[in-house]
Design a protein around this ligand. Sequence first.
Ligand SMILES: *Cc1c(COP(=O)(O)O)cnc(C)c1O
Length: 363
Amino acid sequence: MSNKIAALARANVRALTPYQSARRLGGNGDVWLNANEYPLAVPFDLRQQTLNRYPECQPKQVIERYAAYAGVTTDQLLVCRGADEGIELLIRAFCEPGKDAVLFCPPTYGMYHVSAETFGVEHRTVAARDNWQLNLPAIAAQLDGVKVVYVCSPNNPTGNVINPDDIRQLLEMTRGKALVVADEAYIEFCPQATLSSWLQDYPQLVILRTLSKAFALAGLRCGFTLANAEVIELLMKVIAPYPLSTPVADIAAQALSEQGLVLMREHTRQLIANREKLIADLRECGCVEQVYNSDTNYVLARFTNSSLVFKNLWDQGIILRDQNTQPGLSGCLRISIGTREECDRVIAALQALAGASVSREQA
Ligand SMILES: *Cc1c(COP(=O)(O)O)cnc(C)c1O
């Protein structure tokens, strides 16, 4: 019976491995450092009570506030159900299944692959160079038939900003051929790196943003797409009629108020301070081979025995994100920046582990 139902599904859906989100992977932790969330809940009020009515498709106050925050006009902006929906809308509007392709540069965020696969759109990969910057000649050689190029900057999980001169070259070589989508999910941790002022020069540039990371609202499911009006109009054709519920718009507007922005910037400063201390402490740990610099709210580190570290900390309720199977990231774990106490718990656990292996060697 169930076999027959599965046979009815599209072949690419049958073959699909769904995105292994931190929530799906589970775990029984009290220190959650695997989804790049803000570590503490920020309180909001539910002010709009008109739940008998359908919500606005593009809630005016949210759009106006985010446009002001991001320095774009309201017709250059779309709000939807997280940056993940933005990734998907672009494929829906621009890629013909079985004909067009998307391109991205691993190691990077996993949803570009999953979204392309879901829609039966070819995904082409060009590995990042050793310093995790774009390999432009290799990208140029692969652009035939590509409609969307995803560039995650700063990149998840490596934490580095992509060289703006390289993105400019990419924009030059894709003019009139393909969209270049800069995923700026972590841009609040390095606001000077945003490409938003380039929208006027490049009609095919798209920028993805979210309230899930620095704004501490991963549970809200609210993100933004910044692009020229022509692109936004096309995305508006394929978006659901009511992408945001009334409570989501209500809370998003509060998060984007003057007071909300002040709070977000305070939180960001604190996390950056915690990050720099965590990086310094990690570099003193015996079991750590390399710690990469980060412009985000997470740190990538290479361990001498990453699976042992991952499991040992998991068993103590400290949940990290294993990146070991991503290309170029063998032995790497990603650690989200939590509270100072949570960062210190990680370090204490690593020191205990290093101490244990030293005493085993001595025994
Ligand atoms: C977290 C993340 C997203 C998804 O953001 P949502 O708004 O929660 O859907 C998109 N891109 C990158 C690079 C991310 O890390």
